[in-house]
Design a binder for this molecule. Structure first.
Ligand code: ATP
Ligand code: F1X
Length: 306
C-alpha cells in the first residue's frame, strides 16, 4: 500500500480576481475550495489513476471534516489523527499571476506526535511512504528525519516532496523518489540553476548522494528526470493554464502510479509530466481522461550521462 503523509493539510481556497488591489476591496469573480496539502493531493491523483493509497496526517475542526468527507466521496482511505484545532485554510489568489498565502498549521503535542509514529511503526517493507509538504512549526524540524530513520531500518521505500531545511536533512537517507522544483533545487545547492542541462547536472548529484529517482519540475518548461542510468528531459505540453497548485504533487502521483504498474523510468516520467500538466490545465487536480490524452503528446529527449 502507498501511504501519503501530510503533516499539515489544508483547504485550498482559490479566488479568481482581476486587478487585485492591496488595501482596497476586490471582488472575486469565482471561488473554489478543495481538500489540499501535498500528500492529500497525491492520494487524490493516485485514486484518479486507480491506484489505492491511504492518507495519513493531522486534521481537525470543520475544515478537517471537509477534507475527511471529500476523501470519502472520492473513495480514498484515510487514517488521520484528530487535533483540537481546525485544519488551516490556504488562500490561492489567481490574478494575472498566482499568489499563495499558506497558514502555519496546528499545535501538535507529544502525545499526537507519538500517535503518528506508532501508526508508522505498523508499515512494512511491502509499503511505500510519501512525506509531503511543510512540517507544522510546533513539530521539531527533525520530525521527518525521525520518520526516515524508522523507514530506512525497515526497508520501506521513501518518497519526498518537501522544501527547505526539511528536504536538506532528508538527503542523508537513501530516498526512493524526490521531486524538487527549480527553486527548491537552487535552494538546496545555493546556486542559480537556469538551464535544463544544469538542472540535470545537479539532479545527478542527488542521485550520487543516494536518491534512486530524481524529478525536477520546471513549470511551463517541463521537467528533468535522472536516475543512475538515465537522464531525460520533457517539454511541457501547451494548453491553457488554469491553476498550477498541486501540479508538482500530481507529478509525484503519476510517477508512483506508473511504478506500481511496473512501467519503465521513461514511461513513468512521461506519466508524471502528463499528470502535472493535466492539473495545470484544470481548476482542480487533473482528471484521468486528460492525463491519458496528454500522455502521448509529451516529448521526451534523452540526455547524456553527464
Ligand atoms: N505553464 C504550464 N504549462 C504546461 N504544464 C505546466 C505548466 N506549469 C506547470 N506545468 C506542469 O506541472 C509540472 C509541475 O509544475 P511546477 O514545477 O510548477 O510544480 P511545483 O512548483 O512543484 O508545484 P506545486 O508545489 O504547486 O505542486 C510541470 O513539470 C509541468 O508538467
Ligand atoms: O505549506 P506547504 O505544506 O508547503 O504546502 C501546502 C500547499 O501549498 O501545497 C499544495 C500544493 O502543492 C497545496 O494543496 C497546499 O496548499
Amino acid at each position: 500500500m502507498i501511504y501519503t503523509l501530510t503533516l499539515n493539510p489544508s483547504i485550498d481556497y482559490t479566488m479568481h480576481v482581476s486587478n487585485f488591489e492591496p488595501g482596497g476591496l476586490t471582488r472575486a469573480t469565482e471561488t473554489d475550495y478543495y481538500p489540499g496539502g501535498k500528500g492529500i493531493n497525491v492520494s487524490r491523483v493516485l485514486s484518479r489513476l486507480d491506484i489505492p493509497s491511504t492518507a495519513l496526517g493531522y486534521i481537525g475542526g470543520f475544515t478537517g471534516e471537509f477534507i475527511r468527507s471529500a476523501l470519502k466521496t472520492e473513495g480514498i482511505e484515510e487514517s488521520f489523527i484528530e487535533t483540537n484545532q481546525p485544519t488551516r485554510i490556504n488562500v490561492k489568489l489567481k490574478d494575472d499571476v498566482e499568489s499563495e498565502i499558506n497558514g502555519p498549521g496546528p499545535e501538535l503535542n507529544d502525545l499526537l506526535q507519538r500517535r503518528l509514529l506508532e501508526q508508522l511503526d505498523r508499515l512494512t517493507s511491502e509499503d511505500r511512504l510519501l512525506l509531503a509538504g511543510s512540517i507544522p512549526s510546533s513539530l521539531p524540524d527533525s520530525f521527518y528525519r525521525t520518520i526516515a530513520e524508522k523507514c530506512i531500518k525497515k526497508n520501506i521505500p521513501l518518497a519526498v516532496d518537501t522544501s527547505g531545511q526539511a528536504l536538506k536533512e532528508l538527503l542523508d537517507y537513501p530516498l526512493y523518489l524526490i521531486k524538487p522544483n527549480q527553486k527548491e533545487l537552487e535552494d538546496l545547492f545555493g546556486e542559480p540553476i537556469d538551464s535544463k542541462e544544469k538542472t540535470a547536472l545537479y539532479a545527478r548529484k542527488l542521485v550520487e548522494e543516494g536518491c534512486e529517482h530524481v524529478i525536477v519540475s520546471l513549470g511551463g518548461e517541463g521537467a528533468v528526470y535522472v536516475d543512475k542510468e538515465t537522464t531525460l528531459f520533457a517539454d511541457a505540453p501547451k494548453g491553457e493554464v488554469i491553476n498550477t497548485v498541486g501540479a508538482g504533487d500530481s507529478m509525484v502521483a503519476g510517477f508512483l502510479a506508473a511504478k506500481e504498474q511496473h512501467l519503465s523510468p521513461e514511461e513513468a516520467f512521461r506519466k508524471s509530466v502528463a499528470c502535472g500538466s493535466a492539473t495545470a490545465f484544470d481548476s482542480d487536480l487533473g482528471k484521468r481522461k486528460d492525463v491519458d490524452d496528454l500522455y502521448e503528446s509529451i516529448i521526451i529527449h534523452q540526455g547524456g550521462k553527464e
